[in-house]
Design a binder for this molecule. Sequence first.
Ligand code: SAM
Length: 380
Amino acid sequence: MSTSAQLRAALADALTEDGTLTDPAWRGAAETVPRELFAGSYFEQVPGSVPTRYRPVRQGDTGWLRGIYTDQTLITQLDGRIRPDDCADGSVAGSPSSSSTLPSLVLRMWHQLDVQPGQRVLEIGTGTGYSAALGAHRLGDGNLTSIEYDPVVGGAAASAIKATGYGPRLIIGDGLRGDPEGGPYDRLIATCSVRHIPMPWLHQMKPGGKILVTLSGWSYASGLALLTVTGPGAATGRFLPGYTSFMIARPHDRPPRPTLALMPGDERPSRIDPALIGTWTGSWVAQLAAPSAERMGAGAEQILWDVSTGSQARTASGPDEGWTVVQRGPARLWDQVERAVQRWQAAGEPHQESFGITVSAAGQRVWIGTEDGPGWDLPI
Ligand SMILES: C[S@@+](CC[C@H](N)C(=O)[O-])C[C@H]1O[C@@H](n2cnc3c(N)ncnc32)[C@H](O)[C@@H]1O
């Protein structure tokens, strides 16, 4: 049976081989920080369960340690309250609300942040504390502050970090407000996603400082952006290659809604294949175009629902060929999405890495290609 140190070394080898770990100093962090102290018990998805159910995996269970050193996200809380140790044996349904992000993603993001020794870093979303411990190992305790929204999660992370001997500054609070007392920072890394860039962050960064954050929304489409702060309250940046998603920051999550009831509306042919908004970047474009809507469905049968106005759109394959859409309500959701997808198609349907973002006091805009290219304002 392999020990924790052996499994850590094997994971570091695998992440070096696949090109994730290129900086020996971050490799040293990966080889040193024991992930099992941060995600001691975790949830495992019950295969084939609909809606998804989870069962707890605890120390001593078969495969527990191997699971921890597999490159996977370990869910550690459901619905903002259920933790694996609260769970009697058996399974439970719920939505993941805290986790230990998969090591390859944590380490890739630490590399992408381009943080240099001596720089001061603010992390949003302490979670289990695993990524904060990696950061503290590499940068030194005094250079890292991490904020967690959930006091129970933050308390567990503080105990785990203390047990490993690290001592970054830990705050329980809303990371969207940043750390007004602790700035200015050189770098900000968020391991929860946001609907727009919180303005307090920009005022707590040094000029030229960098922010690495996933932009998402109420349809849960995502893109990872690296922004440079260009002045007080201003930043610009580009989206990065790959497919990164994070749970959305709790204050940015969509409001609770009733069970969907589809209503009649006006029908017309659709000018685009609805399946396009089920693709990684297509769903992102649709979310930019209709940020107050939630997207459901699959393939040709897509549903958009904006609870605040009661607006709905639903698509289907046409009777002969093509597709139809039924829309109702004041926000013509499909009109918005269709126009946006056509602009994206005209640009050659690029992946998010061809998109950029500009933030200023005047607003926040995501664009394709260049700042004056086709774009959409983010909801603020
Ligand atoms: C994916 S987990 C973080 C993973 C973590 N970095 C790790 O290595 O374990 C996301 C965390 O963000 C937290 N979170 C959500 N909204 C937040 C907010 N507004 N401020 C700070 N933390 C937040 C969640 O409670 C959750 O623990």
